[in-house]
Design a protein around this ligand. Structure first.
Ligand code: SF4
Length: 352
């Protein structure tokens, strides 16, 4: 509190004194001092380092999935490929402190011409690398490059066991091509006697594909893949109500309670534990936030830790916390959370 009162005065002094200017720059130079500085200044407790960083290697996609902002060509999210030169600087900054990097959010990673350079660099820096892919775009050479890059986990989105069911959501995708590409990766693994990447069959469950759940599990096993069910993006609007499928999917009961407060775990928690960055360096915060005009700052320009511990992200964390606790919040208008419908739904549907 006292610090807050003397801060404006200190700021004026800093503008006049070169020594104070230098101290200020030094304070914001390393993650540790950056963290302490912001804790003192904004008084929001953030875990020291996030668990992982999510950065989109591509916001361009070859499919047109109807619930995806890229597939539906939403204009508020800029489209492009992550540049290796920018990624390198980010990894140099974060790799001593953060172990996981996730390379996708709203696009197809294998369309990025520098993707293997990107993966290899993060791996050489000792990071665990994971991404999602629709795997419609791959050839033999790329499959071998992927295996040699030693990427750790690749989640392949396949929501069906036949072309008809698969393509009712994965518009423009080809089921047989995806299966062929999985086999190509498996062959490359055998050829180079390498185990990575571990392949995960990611099945987004909808009402239209629930009857194929058993079949895809068998197919995934045959292809030497792990299997994961995820709820669909549009907040469970067509989730199967039948208990049999609910049990078979392995999803917890909370996934079925509409926008419950508990989903904060998987949505707003991105602000604390797994911040999302667009390909151009703009910090978006969480995975559903796509309005780039309300980004939290550019990590390529300012540095990751300055943005992550920065004033704007801290005020978003405070806003979310206060809002969910039913406190009256007069939130800043430049943060995306102030406009988030999901957050309102979460407050209105607390976990019972
Ligand atoms: S309030 Fe909305 S925009 Fe903000 S972190 Fe939560 S889900 Fe994302």
């Amino acid at each position: 509190m006292i610090f807050h009162q003397i801060y404006p005065w200190l700021r004026k002094l800093r503008e006049k004194s070169n020594t104070l200017k230098r101290v200020h720059t030094l304070l914001r130079e390393t993650p540790v001092t950056c963290y302490l500085y912001n804790l003192l200044l904004h008084q929001r407790l953030v875990r020291f380092f996030p668990d992982k960083v999510i950065i989109d290697a591509s916001t361009i996609c070859n499919l047109r999935c109807p619930l995806c902002p890229t597939g539906t060509d939403r204009k508020d999210l800029t489209k492009g490929f992550l540049k290796f030169s920018k990624f390198k600087v980010l990894i140099d900054e974060i790799s001593p402190h953060i172990r996981f990097i996730f390379l996708s959010n709203k696009g197809e990673i294998f369309l990025n011409p520098e993707i293997f350079k990107i993966i290899r660099y993060a791996k050489n820096k000792g990071m665990i690398v994971e991404a999602d892919s629709n795997l419609n775009y791959l050839d033999k050479e790329m499959a071998e490059e992927l295996v040699k890059s030693e990427m750790d986990y690749l989640n392949i989105s396949i929501d069906g066991a036949s072309q008809k069911v698969y393509s009712s959501y994965r518009k423009g995708g080809n089921f047989n091509t995806v299966i062929r590409n999985i086999k190509m990766i498996n062959k490359a693994k055998e050829k180079y006697n390498l185990k990575r990447p571990s392949l995960i069959w990611q099945f987004i469950i909808f009402d239209h594909n629930k009857h194929q759940l058993k079949k895809v599990k068998i197919l995934a096993k045959k292809l030497n893949m792990k299997f994961k069910v995820r709820p669909n993006w549009e907040y469970f609007h067509s989730m199967p109500k039948n208990k049999k499928f609910r049990l078979e999917s392995g999803l917890t009961k909370n996934y079925y309670s509409n926008d419950s407060n508990d989903n904060r775990e998987s949505l707003c928690s991105y602000l604390w534990y797994k911040p999302v960055i667009n390909w151009n360096g703009n910090m978006l915060g969480c995975c559903i936030q796509i309005d780039e005009n309300k980004n939290f700052g550019n990590v390529f320009e300012k540095g990751f830790f300055k943005v992550f511990y920065g004033k704007k992200m801290n005020s978003a964390r405070k806003f979310v916390d206060d809002f969910l606790k039913d406190k009256k919040v007069h939130g800043p208008t430049d943060i995306p959370c102030a406009y988030c419908i999901k957050l309102r739904n979460m407050r209105n549907n607390p976990v019972k």
